[in-house]
Design a protein around this ligand. Structure first.
Ligand code: CMP
Length: 138
């Protein structure tokens, strides 16, 4: 089934100048970039995006990190895009990520883990709508 998922290259990925490397991995694995922009979230915008994690101990630190510099947000589209993107990213904690995944290759730790990807169709719908209108997705 063709799906859409939200991908974010986080501030650490943008600072490391690996935007092209990351996008290239998506495209080589059959995911199309249906929408894309570079933005800089405020702390409040980061908190809204990660609202499901508001009770977690890392919520404050995570939203500080996500608002420390620009990010790249994208809509990826393709067969099983949600699970495929998660495979390409690797486990949330780079210590547990498989060889050849983005997080294994580039992430520093479980928080500064380079990329985000939606984890279900419901989450993808919320996350895509958080950043893009229907008119911006092709
Ligand atoms: P992400 O896939 O964007 O979803 C939630 C984010 O919270 C996660 O990637 C990490 O950046 C961060 N995160 C998850 N678990 C932890 C943790 N135990 N400590 C700090 N940050 C975490």
């Amino acid at each position: 089934m063709i799906e859409r998922t939200l991908s974010i290259i986080k501030p650490d990925g943008v600072k490391k100048s690996i935007i092209g490397e990351i996008i290239s991995r998506f495209e080589k694995n059959g995911l199309r970039i249906s929408a894309m922009k570079k933005i800089w979230l405020t702390k409040e915008e980061a908190k809204g995006f990660y609202i499901v994690h508001k009770e977690r101990p890392f919520y404050d630190s995570l939203t500080d990190f996500m608002s420390e510099g620009p990010i790249v947000v994208m809509v990826l589209e393709g067969e099983q895009a949600i699970s495929k993107n998660r495979e390409i990213m690797g486990a949330t904690n780079p210590a547990n990520a498989s060889p050849g995944t983005i997080r294994k290759d580039f992430a520093e730790n479980v928080e500064r883990n380079i990329v985000h990807g939606s984890d279900s169709p419901e989450t993808a719908q919320f996350e895509i709508a958080y950043f893009f209108s229907a008119l911006e997705i092709f």
